[in-house]
Design a protein around this ligand. Structure first.
Ligand code: BGC
Length: 744
């Protein structure tokens, strides 16, 4: 059994019995956590560390500052200092990679649980599931004998085209931090380090190796940094990964402002900063400006910037041994902290267990978003149903591996087709047709995925015979479900997509199927927005699932059949057109040598709501098989001081016939503000189970410090006095009730 025991009731209600605590505030920054991180007191290990350092040679010290294999840094055996062992994430613990090249090591004991990708987890809007995910994958990290998992990936989703949108959590800084913090705490509860990546402002894959990102200070603080800040100050993250790109002229792995000033001086970070793989460009500057560990892709490891070159620099007096000691000390601190040195009772962990597959199931089952449901065609009514056509390459496509970047080698990945087979009664026959092929133009090495700067290049023509087979299946079946979308070869690290269109000729394909069976349900499997306006208009029901982990197919089938009431909500805005979304409307993506984030603070729904642009599906949106009503919105007072906590209460009634979970979302607007503001900002949410026909009284605590903005001149978070509107609703575009408070 895990620490912080998790009890699951039949209705999937998760009750986390772990210690809950609200910390105090630091300066003007909110430090409020519902999960308590382990104590991280670096001074505790100081005398032992000093004595170790005193015994180390220069070469031994520097050996700890760079990769000595693909995923380890050097240890000092004679002093009992082990290698620091990393495993890649975030979809789960990546298979073992060879020590000196990218090929798999060929182990047969490195099968792991494939957890839903970041978009799926954040679509649950369930902070308890974020903890569960972190804790579960933390146990797997330990079972593989690792000290650090390269996870979570928490960059803000600035453009829907971003190749890593599926891995990241949200376009919204508040949802981002509320999912990140419990995830990190859960992970680190297992005596392993989270490596929170990619710090920071790494919001596109195009030119990621060199692009200079220019963001104004207020936007940086309010949009791009809050989740990292919370990772450090609320979750005590032990490590962060420096990103590839530049920020205001300097690479992020040698960026004094980001690493020394903000991360360490302002936030008090005591852990280590690891470079992204081959993201280091200098020796002395890198070390002095705050990076601790250089990792990279194979070349002789002693040729890394923080290897022989650093030894030479030290010997030439270009860098002091004291500076080197500082970094060694940080690494030793985190090794002590996770009991890699001197550790008694270190968590042993477990991997690919049924319990962990079920953890993945719980997340997946709360992540599926019901976008449209005309005449309640869902859940499927099976009375009199003899045949169901299951159509589409995505009904069978696996996504644990794929594309460029880390995947998971797993023994279990239930596809949507398998999920339906598992869950449908034997009396129902499935007529499966693949329908369209996942096809790419091949590159000169005959590789399937031609990763270009414009994204993978796909073949759009349909295969006539396959199309006919699918049409026949749809014609002869009582119900047709198309599984469309993309996959992890198409949405991939290292390239952004070129546009929002569905690849492989799917739009024409779906049209042709719908023409023969107008009662078609479409299920999208994808991690990022697509142009689905037309499909949305024509389909009877539209469901969104993700790269959804080992049990994704079972969870999806349970939602389609009504064994689970859908409760996922979009963690980003689905635009009608690419040009509507902020980075594209301002023509500031992807830049060339540099990119200026011209939309400023108006990222995601902040842009759509402020500019009055109608999205296809708004941020926070998702339907349920039941209906909810909000009433009696109240606050405990009318006037608050700048350090108060606003207690917002309301009733939530389930007026339908099925138990269900609603995500109550609290947005805040500041009328007549003296500064530029978004029309509204998410400042609280709560996911609650309400049994059919009953009501729950809900409280959301909103610290007034959450209402601060970053004052660039004063370099401070400040609350503007005056009235604020608190708006409660079901999505950013479905505000049901409002109230007003005043801050003195
Ligand atoms: C990615 C990281 C990953 C690292 C190691 C990089 O290309 O950006 O997210 O952890 O490779 O595989």
């Amino acid at each position: 059994m895990k620490k912080n025991a998790i009890i699951i009731s039949a209705t999937l209600l998760l009750i986390i019995s772990c210690k809950k605590e609200t910390k105090d505030t630091v300066g003007e920054v909110v430090v409020e956590a519902s999960y308590a991180p382990k104590e991280f007191d670096a001074s505790k290990f100081e005398s032992k560390i000093d004595s170790l350092i005193a015994q180390m040679t220069l070469e031994e010290k520097i050996g700890m500052l760079h990769g000595n294999s693909m995923f380890t840094t050097g240890g000092v055996e004679r002093l009992g200092i082990p290698e620091l062992k990393m495993a890649d994430g975030p979809l789960g613990v990546r298979e073992e990679i060879s020590r000196d090249n990218w090929s798999p090591a060929g182990w047969n004991n490195d099968f792991a649980t494939y957890y839903p990708a970041g978009g799926g987890l954040s679509a649950t809007w369930n902070t308890d599931l974020a903890y569960l995910n972190g804790n579960s994958v933390g146990e797997e990290t330990r079972a593989r004998g690792k000290d650090m998992l390269l996870s979570p990936a928490i960059n803000i989703i600035r453009t829907p085209l971003g190749g890593r949108t599926y891995e990241y959590f949200s376009e919204d800084p508040f949802l981002n931090k509320k999912i990140s913090v419990p995830f990190i705490i859960g992970l680190q509860d297992n005596d392993v380090m989270a490596c929170v990546k990619h710090y920071a402002a790494n919001n596109q894959e195009t030119s990621r190796d060199f692009v200079d990102v220019l963001i104004d200070e207020r936007t940086l603080r309010e949009i791009y940094l809050p989740a990292y800040q919370a990772a450090v100050m609320e979750a005590n993250a032990y490590s962060l990964m420096g990103a590839y790109n530049k920020f205001r002229g300097d690479y992020l792995c040698e960026n004094d402002y980001m690493l020394n000033k903000i991360l360490r001086e302002e936030w008090g970070f005591k852990g280590v900063v690891v470079s992204d793989w081959a993201a280091v460009h200098s020796t002395v500057k890198t070390l002095e400006n705050g990076l601790d560990i250089e990792m990279g892709t194979p070349k002789p490891f002693n040729e890394f910037f923080l290897a022989d070159k650093l030894i030479a620099a030290a010997k030439a007096g270009e860098i002091s041994e004291e500076e080197i000691n500082k970094h060694v000390k940080r690494i030793l601190t985190v090794l002590f902290q996770v009991k890699a040195i001197d550790g008694k009772d270190r968590v042993e962990g477990s991997i690919a267990t049924e319990e962990h597959y079920q953890d993945a199931y719980k997340i997946a089952s709360e992540s599926v978003v019901l976008l449209k449901n005309d005449n309640n065609v869902l859940p499927l009514k099976l009375d009199g149903i003899k045949t169901i056509a299951v159509i589409g390459n995505n009904a069978m496509k696996k996504n644990a591996l794929g594309g460029f970047g880390a995947g998971v080698k797993t023994k279990r990945e239930i596809t949507p087709l398998e999920g339906l087979k598992n869950r449908l009664p034997e009396s129902v026959t499935i007529n499966y047709a693949e329908g369209y092929l996942e096809r790419y133009t091949k590159n000169e090495n005959n590789q399937k995925t031609a990763v270009t700067l414009e994204g993978p290049v796909t073949v759009e023509e349909l295969d006539e015979a396959m199309l006919q087979e699918a049409i026949e299946a749809a014609k002869k079946s009582d119900i047709t479900i198309i599984f469309a979308g993309s996959n992890r070869d198409y949405e991939t690290e290292a390239s952004d997509r070129k546009d929002l269109s569905l690849p492989f000729g799917q739009k024409a394909f779906i049209d042709k199927i719908m023409a023969v069976n107008p009662n078609t349900i479409v299920v999208m499997i994808a991690g990022a927005p697509f142009d689905i306006e037309d499909i949305s208009k024509k389909s009877k029901a539209l469901v969104w699932s993700w790269f959804n982990g080992s049990e994704g197919g079972n969870a999806l089938a349970d939602v389609l059949l009504g064994n689970v009431n859908p409760s996922g909500r979009l963690p980003w805005t689905m635009p009608k057109r690419l040009e509507d979304s902020p980075a594209h409307a301002t023509n500031s993506f992807p830049g060339n040598e540099s990119v200026t984030y011209a939309e400023g603070i108006l990222v995601g729904y902040r842009w759509f709501d402020t500019k009055n642009i109608e999205p296809l599906y708004p941020f926070g949106y998702g339907l349920s098989y039941t209906n909810f009503e909000f009433s009696d919105l109240k606050t405990d007072k009318e006037v608050y001081s700048k350090s108060d906590i606003i207690e917002v209460t309301f009733n939530l009634k389930n007026t339908g016939k099925m138990d269900g979970k609603e995500v109550a979302q609290l947005y805040v607007s500041k009328p007549e503000s003296k500064i530029e503001r978004a029309a509204q900002e998410l400042k609280g949410f709560k996911k609650v189970l309400v049994k059919n026909g009953t009501s729950e009284k809900i409280t959301i605590q909103l610290p007034t410090k959450e209402l601060t903005y970053y004052n660039v001149d004063k370099k401070q978070w400040m609350v503007e006095p005056g009235t604020y509107k608190l708006k409660l609703g079901k999505s950013s575009r479905d505000i049901v009730t409002e109230t007003i408070i005043t801050i003195k």
